[in-house]
Ligand binder design. Structure first.
Ligand code: DX5
Ligand code: ZN
Length: 231
């Protein structure tokens, strides 16, 4: 049973767990796809709490990656929380399938939902998953203010979504305090893109409590050290 499934049963415990530590979510975009099971077990052993899964459709972003069957297979081999980041258009068409495949958290982009953001967040919750809402670098906090209370997680992109290994955009992380101030206790504030031991500190100081890191973790010679250096 994953951490979140477990916590759904012990509601009170979940609040404690959510707030008192920084979550590390390695992005498997930088893992070896021919050895996904090995790589996921390596990060689990090295102390990661979540596995971040980047789903791209070639429309919302100029890249194509993982789909529902891969999430389903990953679910079979790990109890880690599956943090599924949908960088796709019309995400409402696929939310239920990703939930059925065993996702724990499903994050959609504000830019891909706009007039239907509230409905999609509710759909994700109804599916039994935690609901995340993400913003790209050029989207301001003002645009999502009204949805912050509805989402279990806000994901601030600190690179243009689409590829791993890009440079951290500091001005994106400067949005964090304003979002944090609007969140309720126990909600997650996640950053994604160019996160390493240095940029992670910039983000956690500003309120981030969940860190996605792809290349920094998987390209490191010592994955355990890399993960603990992020906290
Ligand atoms: C980019 C993805 C990220 C990516 C991060 O669109 O959302 O999750 O894997 O990779 P790094 O940590 O290498 O910037
Ligand atoms: Zn991501």
């Amino acid at each position: 049973m994953s951490e979140i499934e477990n916590n759904k049963i012990n509601g009170e415990k979940m609040e404690d767990k959510k707030t008192d530590k920084i979550i590390v979510a390695p992005s498997i975009l930088s893992a070896d796809f021919a050895n996904l099971e090995r790589d996921i077990k390596t990060v689990a052993k090295a102390g990661a709490e979540w596995v971040h899964i980047d789903v791209m459709d070639g429309h919302f972003v100029p890249n194509i990656t993982i789909g529902v069957p891969v999430v389903k297979s990953i679910r079979q081999i790990t109890d880690l929380t599956l943090d599924v980041h949908l960088m796709i258009e019309n995400p409402e068409k696929y939310v239920d399938a990703f939930a059925d495949a065993g996702s724990d958290i499903i994050t959609v982009h504000y830019e891909a939902t706009k007039d239907k953001t509230e409905d999609v967040l509710r759909q994700i919750k109804k599916s039994g998953c935690l609901a995340g809402l993400s913003i790209k670098p050029k989207t301001g906090v003002d645009e999502i203010k009204q949805y912050i209370g509805l989402a279990d997680l806000i994901l601030v992109m600190t690179v243009e979504p689409g590829f791993g290994g890009q440079k951290f955009m500091q001005d994106c992380a400067d949005k964090l305090p304003e979002i944090k101030a609007l969140q309720k206790e126990g909600q997650y504030l996640e950053v994604d893109g160019g996160i390493n031991a240095e940029t992670s500190k910039y983000c956690t100081k500003r309120g981030a409590n969940a860190l996605v890191a792809g290349s920094y973790v998987f390209k490191s010679d010592n994955i355990e050290e890399a993960i603990s250096s992020l906290r």
